[in-house]
Design a protein around this ligand. Sequence first.
Ligand code: 5GP
Length: 246
Amino acid sequence: MPKGEKLYEGKAKVLYKGTEPGTIVQYFKDDATAFNAQKKGTIAGKGIINNKVTELVMHNLERIGIPTHFIERLSDREQLVREVEIVPLEVIVRNVVAGTMAKRLGMEEGIRLERPLVEFSLKDDALGDPLIAEEHILSLDLADEDELSEIFDMTHQINDFLRGMFAGIGIELIDFKLEFGRLYEEDEVSYSLILADEFSPDNCRLWDLKTGEKMDKDRFRRDLGGEVEAYQEVARRLGISLETEE
Ligand code: 5GP
């Protein structure tokens, strides 16, 4: 697919300039990293699945009124998105205790929270994305109060919708990470907040509702094996065709 110059290579994606101004092409790799890139590997076919799962999720979220950066899928591994200024926060939503929350608070994984918890991390790989409070965000001017309140509103709506979507295919949505971006108008001053980045088994925890089996990147992080099959099963249940053009 035609694309412009390479802008940035991340752990799981490469970003290129799109052919139209204000657009970016996201290329999804099979590379997998964990624990701040201390563990590295690949999950065969992951890039194709994550591209298609992100397409489906972004498309469904647009339908319920969440603005996203997604424009269209271009190929197996590429999608066209709007260029935004990324808000330097990782917005983490938890429905069930797992991962770093379990570790930090000395809790068992699997405890259901009374209500969904929204946490923020500073998006900074060198620092290991440290957990920060709303007060840090406001004091450091990473986002203002209006933006934070919009982020909370959109995040809860996204969580409500996606929990239902996954429950419908026998999967419990345990937690996930979102990123938001500022989409500037032509005057380069006014902007709106939109959902950016991706939504895939790389940035969420998905447990089979019946068996509790992990169907996400924890299979890779924790050396459980079967990560290729788990990603494929998520795609299959979502009705995503994995016939490739490659
Ligand atoms: P935890 O804080 O328990 O490691 O992660 C909580 C949720 O956010 C998990 O679903 C995890 O996949 C996602 N997450 C947290 N940090 C990152 C990150 O830096 N990259 C990605 N892809 N996902 C993350």
